[in-house]
Write a protein that binds this ligand. Structure first.
Ligand code: DP6
Length: 347
């Protein structure tokens, strides 16, 4: 990340810059499907754990003389869809701030490329915090969560550390009310000592984006509504399991919710299948771990990589089994991580 030299204090407002850091999160109760695509309102509530690894750092610097935004991603200019999404997000921030000034966005992402670790979650959470500070929106954590949601739904949860629930809100209310009520907030999980072992079995780009896949699933899968309905019960059970720090129950509920989500996609027309033979090999190794008495549970997102929830004390054993199963792939260990935060603010 480049650090700008301080400029003279001619007009601090117009040279404002801010840097923020955020971490990815992995959902234990999944977000899959929107009730409003423009506002990024989810069809169901979801619940996640923010990770301790793979932070994204983003600097937003206002550029009063520029006619366009500049977006730099890991030192290279962003192009195509990635750039379009960031500029659209900045447009939203500008509209709210009532300040048309363009910006330079410089992002350093430490997620290994294609690790399936929701880099859009850490990316838009960091961007929301940095852009909100640079444009002077003065948002609290809830406001930042609502803003981050408009970049990528799952980013609403990365504003918070540890465990967070993202409320679907009231999609049937008018757009303003619905928008106001869909945000994430922290969930207490004191006493739980979890780790997430991430097996990257394929680092290549996915064929169908999660955005497209969730739309197709909602539109065509006969299994979607039953899953969405059962997800409500999963969330209630998950909250109770977190409260009593019951890792086995947390893992079982997370696993059934994720596999159910993948079932909805398999039943979409045409089917969306993210699981590969390598994913199944890892899943089988986790089932074997369970038969051997180690509580370990899988979850998967819009990609073939497998995340394994276990007790922190079992991490070495789980990681070594998963590493062997994910032959040739890489394995990373995360524990609950911090929420998004501002690193510096000024000129
Ligand atoms: C499978 O948040 O990436 O990871 O809101 O369209 O940007 P958009 O989608 P995104 O979807 C994440 C889907 C998921 C499940 C989850 O994180 O809850």
């Amino acid at each position: 990340m480049r650090t700008e030299q301080p400029t003279p204090l001619a007009d601090v407002r117009e040279t404002a810059a801010a840097t923020a850091v955020a971490h990815p999160n992995i959902a234990l109760i999944k977000y899959w499907g929107k009730s409003d695509e423009k506002l990024f309102l989810p069809r169901t509530d979801s619940l996640s754990m923010t990770l301790s690894v793979f932070p994204t750092a983003t600097r937003v610097r206002l550029a009063p003389d520029a006619e366009q935004d500049t977006v730099v991603f890991n030192g290279l200019p962003a192009t195509g869809e990635a750039e379009r999404r960031i500029v659209a997000f900045l447009d939203l921030v500008r509209e709210r701030a009532g300040r048309p000034v363009r910006a330079v966005v410089d992002t350093e992402n430490t997620v290994p490329t294609g690790a399936g670790l929701a880099s859009s979650a850490s990316g838009f959470a960091a961007l929301a915090v940095a852009a909100s500070a640079a444009y002077g929106l003065g948002l609290d954590a809830r406001g930042l969560s609502r803003l981050a949601r408009r970049g990528s739904g799952s980013a609403s949860r990365s504003i918070f550390g540890g465990f967070a629930v993202w409320h679907a809100g009231t999609p049937d209310a008018g757009p303003e009310e619905a928008d106001a009520r869909s945000y994430a907030e922290p969930v207490d999980a004191a006493g739980l000592d979890p780790a997430l072992v991430v097996a990257v079995v394929n680092a290549g780009p996915k064929e169908v984006s999660s955005r497209t896949a969730m739309r197709r699933t909602m539109d065509t899968s006969p299994l979607y509504e039953p899953w969405a309905e059962s997800s409500k019960a999963d969330l209630a059970d998950m909250r109770a399991a977190l409260k009593r720090a019951d890792l086995e129950a947390v893992g079982e509920i997370a696993e059934r919710n994720a596999l159910g989500m993948h079932a909805t996609m398999l039943a979409a027309r045409p089917a969306v299948r993210y699981m590969s033979p390598a994913s199944l090999t890892v899943i089988d190794s986790v089932l074997q771990l369970r038969r051997d008495g180690v509580p370990a549970y899988v979850t998967m997102d819009a990609g073939p990589n497998v995340k394994v929830l276990c007790r922190r004390v079992d991490t070495d054993r789980v990681a070594s089994v998963v590493r062997e199963a994910a032959a040739g792939g890489s394995v990373h260990v995360a524990v609950p991580g911090p929420g998004a935060r501002l690193l510096d603010e000024g000129v």
